[in-house]
Ligand binder design. Structure first.
Ligand SMILES: *[C@@H]1O[C@H](CO)[C@@H](O)[C@H](O)[C@H]1NC(C)=O
Ligand SMILES: *[C@@H]1O[C@H](CO)[C@@H](O)[C@H](O)[C@H]1NC(C)=O
Ligand SMILES: *[C@@H]1O[C@H](CO)[C@@H](O)[C@H](O)[C@H]1NC(C)=O
Ligand SMILES: *[C@@H]1O[C@H](CO)[C@@H](O)[C@H](O)[C@H]1NC(C)=O
Length: 841
């Protein structure tokens, strides 16, 4: 089970525990279903590290195809290993297509060595390698590299029946590759679920990400290769990464002694890894109080998947020690002692570390528990893998779509798209369903000139055909839930192309998890936002479905409304009303826009709160947004706030449930700590995130800012610290200082504090939040009415308050029963009661 520990102030690195030992007992060793070991440009078979490689010439394998013009080059002299002795060179974009018999994670291993060659200067060649969904390598060149050859290993989830590796040269050079491996990985090897330790850590499934091996270390042990290990992996010795050499000594036992149990098998790591380890330098000397630390250079701004391997090979009794990742306690001593307990039984533990700071090193430490009688610590193996980023890239920030050269003919694109039939068909099945709804709706309303169009079919999906006929027959009945409200209009792909000027990059509004958002203009001049989903992504499909379903049921003046959608050519495109002033965040910081006034900010917060309140209570079933943040609150041309992006939304608990159990999703800095700990989602999780939005609006800084001193990194923690002291004005946006009524600020601060309560039950409902914000706005208006009577916009209110003031003063005077102080109090409350609802609503 999962045990969470509070780590206040430790949010620089978010360590994620994976306690589940996900392996099933496996008897025989794993045989990969897909197993391509390809020697590119070679003319003969060879064996390297115990594995047989075959040439890539067309006749060698029907299951693998080369596309694009290419030449081959071979050289036997001066090349260290046979995998590097030949290469295939593509003067322009080329690709390898592999038939995939079994979906799931696959190793993709690439070998590069710039062979001397007359026609092409391979040393200065620029190498970009893509799968259909991920960027593996972006603009690598040997010119700026201090090694002579390059080996890369990736673990990519292949969800289609083929895999296309595309090699792209830069304009002036060619691109090459020496050898390629595409090999199935046992499903159990990589987990999907991940839980973060720090409250503000999010997590969605790892299996949607590509991984790249950065380090695979056999602590205290020899090199282990494909020949003497498992799954074709290479493990190297750790010594060169030790922070202090003398802090560690290597220990080893006979590898035959390792007793694999249950979840852990030789596929997890070979026995040579568990049979050796680093332990503490001068173990069992009194006052031994230090850590063994490994310092691993990493590329900043990426998340890393970290697996640590333990096996107690040194002591009959329990070893009690702690594990630290980037100086955060990742695993406390008690956990590890139970883990590393049994002698010679191997175990592992998984973490995800997100170095939010631009740190270019990852440090891993193990250190003893001083209270224990045996002062020692051990580490047997360590794997560090880079996790693909938001752009689905492992190298840089450009997504695949940016790197694929724009081809004049559509043919090339089709070539690339062909691989995605399976995904497309699934998407189509759903879209067919929606489509029929439109048709049935349209047949009632007629006009618009959109006539029934056959479903765009890729391949010959029976499921789809069946589905569309079935729904055409029984259509009205099965589609009612979707058609009962206006779903929007169907657009052809051509209409979208025209509206966005062929997805002109100049019209790009943003890039999100789901895809890219473009500015567009319809034929009739209506401005729209066009959200183009990344086709073929499983996650995208689910979210596309959610978003259409959600939006179709929801109409509210504070929710961004859906105008229509397009599903032609396996596209997943949604068309929304255009929000001229963009995301709220862009008006708070990071741009040079005019700062919003306090009143504007309050009105925006009130608008967003109304939208969320409607989501929670307005529809037949309560809906939890799950990703409330300042980038999901958009402003129209009148600065009216509307809530956007229902991609992660979830129907709330039905009456007999108190919560929805779900994998944790959301965004850094906004995530409800309780949701996080218990994975139980309620409307109160949105309330928490909205509390973060409130303090962000007040302080005009990001929810998480890793560059700041530790206590300031997380805005929720920091602002609540000042709120408790009643000194929020000390950290508020500089441009607001002196322009906010203290009473309004106080109310606002209290509201945010309640939203950010540790426990959901202590947080107000969105309705209460809304009420409190309106109150804060009234307090602001009251005070500006009193302070600036010359201000035209508040003249009317001023009139009321002055009259009231006169009256109450005279009353007090007449009664002659009060001091001046009393009179003042009376005045204030009288003014106040008049002005509780100054706008007459
Ligand atoms: C290379 O290996 C493949 C399969 O391992 C085999 O079918 C083929 O005959 C071999 N070719 C040569 C030239 O040995
Ligand atoms: C283990 O340590 C000894 C002595 O410190 C060293 O000679 C040996 O190379 C080490 N073994 C490995 C595998 O690093
Ligand atoms: C595994 O093989 C490599 C050579 O391929 C060798 O250097 C290494 O020492 C071997 N390791 C073990 C544990 O036998
Ligand atoms: C080990 O490292 C961690 C993190 O840097 C630190 O908190 C701890 O005090 C260290 N332990 C010892 C004994 O120095």
């Amino acid at each position: 089970m999962v045990k969470m520990r509070s780590m206040k102030g430790e949010s620089l690195v978010l360590a994620i525990f994976l306690f589940g030992f996900v392996f099933r007992q496996s008897s025989a060793s794993f045989t990969p279903v897909d197993n391509y070991l390809i020697a590119c440009g070679s003319s003969e078979n060879f064996t390297f590290q115990g594995q047989s490689y075959v040439p890539d010439s067309a006749e060698s394998s029907m299951a693998m195809k080369i596309q694009g013009n290419s030449v081959v080059v071979t050289s036997r002299s001066s090349v260290p290993f046979p995998v590097y002795q030949s290469a295939r060179i593509f003067p322009s974009t080329g690709s390898y297509k592999f038939d995939i018999k079994q979906e799931g994670r696959h190793w993709i291993r690439l070998y590069f060595y710039p062979l001397p060659n007359l026609g092409h200067d391979l040393k200065s060649a620029s190498i970009t390698v893509l799968t259909e969904n991920f960027v593996l390598l972006n603009n690598f060149t040997f010119k700026n590299y201090d090694g002579s050859y390059l080996f890369k290993e990736y673990a990519v989830n292949v969800t289609a029946d083929n895999l296309i590796l595309t090699f792209i040269p830069s304009n002036s050079s060619s691109v090459f590759v020496n050898a390629i491996e595409v090999v199935s990985i046992p499903d159990e090897l990589f987990p999907d679920q991940a839980l973060a330790l720090s409250p503000s850590a999010p997590f969605s499934g790892l299996s949607e990400h590509a991984l790249e091996t950065v380090y695979r270390l056999n602590m205290g042990g020899p090199l282990v290769t494909a020949q003497n290990g498992t799954l074709g992996r290479t493990w190297e010795n750790d010594v060169k990464y030790l922070h202090v050499n003398s802090s560690a000594v290597n220990v080893s036992v006979n590898p035959e002694n390792i007793r694999y149990k249950g979840a852990v098998t030789p596929e997890t790591a070979p026995n040579w890894v568990y049979a050796t380890a680093e332990t503490m330098g001068d173990a069992n000397v009194p006052d031994m109080n230090f850590n063994i630390t490994w310092v691993l250079p990493v590329e900043p701004n990426f998340t890393y998947f970290i697996r640590v391997h333990f096996c107690n090979i040194v002591s009959e009794s329990n070893l009690v020690f702690s594990l630290y990742i980037n100086s955060n306690l990742a695993s406390p001593s008690r956990d590890l002692s139970t883990l590393a307990g049994d002698l010679e039984v191997p175990l592992y533990k998984d973490f995800v570390s997100n170095s939010l700071a631009d740190s270019d090193t990852l440090t891993i430490s193990v250190g003893p528990d001083t209270a224990s009688d045996i002062t020692n610590a051990i580490l047997n193996g360590l794997e560090v893998m880079k996790v693909s980023n938001e752009a689905r890239s492992l190298d840089g920030l450009s997504p695949v779509e940016h790197l694929v050269p724009v081809s004049p003919s559509e043919n090339n694109k089709v070539g690339i798209v062909v691989g995605s039939i399976v995904g497309a068909v699934a998407a189509m099945a759903f879209i067919g369903f929606c489509y029929c709804c439109f048709v049935s709706r349209r047949s009632k309303t007629t006009q618009q000139g959109h006539t029934w169009r056959p479903l765009p079919l890729y391949g010959n999906s029976q499921t789809m055909t069946k589905m569309s006929t079935a729904s055409r027959k029984s259509g009205t009945a099965s589609c009612i839930s979707l058609t009962s409200t206006d779903l929007g209009r169907f657009f052809t792909f051509q209409e979208i192309m025209d509206a966005t000027n062929k997805f002109d990059e100049g019209m790009l509004l943003g890039v999100g998890g789901f895809g890219r958002v473009y500015n567009g203009m319809l034929e009739d001049g209506t401005k729209v936002a066009v959200k183009r989903g990344n086709p073929r992504s499983e996650q995208g499909l689910a979210e596309f479905r959610t978003e259409i379903e959600m939006l179709s049921k929801l109409r509210h003046s504070h929710l961004v409304s859906l105008i229509g959608y397009c599903d032609e050519r396996s596209e997943m495109i949604l068309i929304y009303e255009y929000m001229a002033n963009g995301p709220l965040r862009s008006h708070l910081y990071g741009t040079d826009r005019t700062p919003l006034s306090w009143r504007q900010r309050l009105e925006i917060c009130i608008g967003a709160a109304k939208g969320l309140h409607y989501l929670h209570t307005g529809a037949s079933q309560s809906i939890i947004h799950r990703d409330v943040k300042t980038t999901n609150i958009l402003l129209d041309d009148n600065f009216v706030a509307k809530v956007a992006d229902f991609g992660l939304s979830k129907a709330g608990p039905s009456l007999d449930q108190t919560h929805v159990s779900t994998a944790v999703k959301g965004s850094f800095g906004y995530l409800d700590p309780e949701y996080f700990r218990r994975q139980q989602l309620t409307e109160k999780s949105d309330v928490y995130s909205f509390g973060v939005v409130l303090v962000e609006v007040l302080c005009a800084r990001p929810a998480l800012n890793p560059v700041l001193p530790r206590d300031q990194v997380n805005i929720a923690e920091w602002a609540m610290c000042w709120q408790k002291k009643g000194m929020l004005d000390q950290i508020m946006d500089q441009t607001l200082v002196g322009k906010v009524s203290p009473a309004s600020l106080k109310k606002f601060g209290e509201t945010a504090e309640k939203c950010l309560a540790e426990h959901g039950v202590d947080r107000p409902s969105m309705g209460d939040v809304l009420w409190n914000l309106e109150y804060a706005l009234q307090l602001e208006e009251t005070s500006s009415a009193l302070m600036e009577p010359e201000d035209n916009s508040t003249n009317h209110i001023t009139g009321i308050s002055l009259t009231t003031l006169d009256n109450s003063v005279s009353v007090v005077d007449g009664a002659t029963s009060g001091t001046d102080d009393d009179a003042e109090d009376g005045t204030t409350s009288a003014v106040f009661s008049q002005l509780v609802n100054p706008r007459g609503r």
